[in-house]
Design a protein around this ligand. Sequence first.
Ligand code: MC0
Ligand code: CO
Length: 134
Amino acid sequence: MVNKIEHIGIAVKNIEDANILFEKMLGVPSYKMEAVESEGVLTSFFQTGNNKIELLVATNPESPIAKFLEKKGEGIHHIAFDVDDIESEISRLKKEGFVLINEVPKKGADNKLVVFLHPKNTNGVLVELCQEIK
Ligand SMILES: C[C@@H](C(=O)O)C(=O)SCCNC(=O)CCNC(=O)[C@H](O)C(C)(C)COP(=O)(O)OP(=O)(O)OC[C@H]1O[C@@H](n2cnc3c(N)ncnc32)[C@H](O)[C@@H]1OP(=O)(O)O
Ligand SMILES: [Co+2]
C-alpha cells in the first residue's frame, strides 16, 4: 500500500541558487544535502509539512538529471511515494503490469530504498517508490 507522497523531485541547473530560492519560498532552509553517486545526483531536501521537496542537480553528464535538463529543462522530475514494504509493492505492481526501471531496490537519498516506474507506462510521470531503511 502507498502511504503518502514522500517527496517531489525537482531538477535544477544550479543547486546553490535553487537552495536560496526555495528557502525564500518555503520559509525554511534545506535540512540536508546528500550526493547519491549511483544516480549521478546531488540532492537538497526541504521539509514541507509531512512531505519533502528534493532538489536535484546532475553530478555527471550521464546522470538522468543531465539528460532531463537537456530534453525538458528545469522542473518537476518525479513524484516519490512512501511505502512500508517495497518488495511487496514491487510484486504487486509487476502483477498489475507496470514496468519497473530497476526491480532490485537501490539505496537512495535520506535513508531510503528506492525503485522507479517507467514514465512511458504512467501517464508520463516518473514515479519513485521509497521505503525507509530501519
Ligand atoms: C536520489 C533518489 C532519491 O530520491 O532517493 C532520486 O530521486 S534519484 C533521481 C534520478 N534517478 C532517476 O531518475 C532514475 C530513474 N530514471 C531513469 O532511469 C531514466 O531517467 C529514464 C526515466 C528511464 C529515462 O531515461 P533516458 O532519459 O535515458 O531515456 P530517454 O531519454 O530515452 O527517455 C525515455 C522517455 O522518457 C521521458 N522521460 C525521461 N525522464 C523523464 C521524467 N523524469 N519524467 C517524465 N518523462 C521522462 C523522455 O522524455 C522520453 O520520452 P519520449 O520517448 O516521449 O521522448
Ligand atoms: Co527522489
